[in-house]
Design a protein around this ligand. Structure first.
Ligand SMILES: Nc1ncnc2c1ncn2[C@@H]1O[C@H](COP(=O)(O)OP(=O)(O)OP(=O)(O)O)[C@@H](O)[C@H]1O
Ligand SMILES: [Mg+2]
Length: 220
């Protein structure tokens, strides 16, 4: 594998049950340390492509290679290992667990992956997103922007090679969105992650190294 290109997509199609052709002949490389923005109208296939980049779904044909592994060839145990060790996820609606504190939300992926010093690492990530003082807060006690910062700390907890973010600023005001974009930029710059982000926002596109325009399941 090329360690500098943790996401490599070759001539991929995705046909959903029912026959929707969501991706048609897509090839894409997302290098380490780069932010790649997926742009295009609603329904053009951004989330479908991101799901492939996060090993959450698989192509109908073609090949998706994540951190050197072809996702379609992996059994469930290897897929789980790949997701837990190599990939961080950021969602539009944050998806924090409501009964866990900010710190526990960040710690959870570390516990699942069998890491050591989980609490110290989780606290370190919360400090990195500037939320150390909210470590004991529950999600409902946080603003949307703060919840998304916790989600980014969680996504980076295990130092993933790949971070996938689906409309990470889609539910935030401009100022909070700006903070989130700066953090995603720093995730690429400081952690060396390949950040792949679907977005409708011009501000988000502006922080990207590569802007990939999609239309009807194809890259323009
Ligand atoms: N699970 C599914 N089953 C069937 N069709 C699906 C499924 N998920 C998405 N689609 C279809 O695939 C196409 C691409 O959808 P996708 O969600 O990837 O678009 P998108 O670019 O993320 O759109 P948006 O900007 O609205 O989030 C659409 O026609 C959509 O209706
Ligand atoms: Mg989408």
């Amino acid at each position: 594998m090329n360690p500098l290109t943790p996401v490599s997509i070759r001539n991929v199609t995705k046909v959903y049950p029912g026959g929707v052709e969501a991706l048609r002949g897509v090839s894409l490389d997302c290098p380490s340390g780069h932010v790649t923005a997926l742009l295009g109208r609603s329904g053009c296939g951004k989330t479908t492509l991101l799901n492939l980049c996060g090993a959450m779904d698989f192509p109908t044909s073609g090949e998706v290679t994540l951190a050197g592994q072809v996702t379609s060839n992996l059994d469930d145990a290897r897929l789980t290992h790949l997701r837990r060790h190599k990939i961080g996820f950021v969602f539009q609606f944050f998806q924090l667990l409501p009964a866990l504190t900010a710190l526990e939300n960040v710690e959870l992926p570390l516990l699942l992956s069998g890491a050591k010093n989980t609490e110290a690492t989780a606290m370190e990530r919360l400090r990195w997103v500037g939320l150390e003082e909210k470590a004991r807060a529950l999600p409902y006690q946080l603003s949307g922007g703060q919840m998304q910062r916790v989600a980014i700390a969680r996504a980076l907890a295990h130092d993933p090679a790949i971070v996938v973010a689906d409309e990470p600023t889609g539910n935030l005001d401009t100022a909070s969105g700006d903070t989130i974009l700066k953090l995603l930029r720093r995730a690429a710059d400081e952690f060396g992650a390949a950040v792949v982000m679907a977005t409708h926002s011009a501000e988000a596109a502006a922080i990207a190294d590569a802007r990939v325009r999609m239309r009807d399941g194809e890259i323009e």
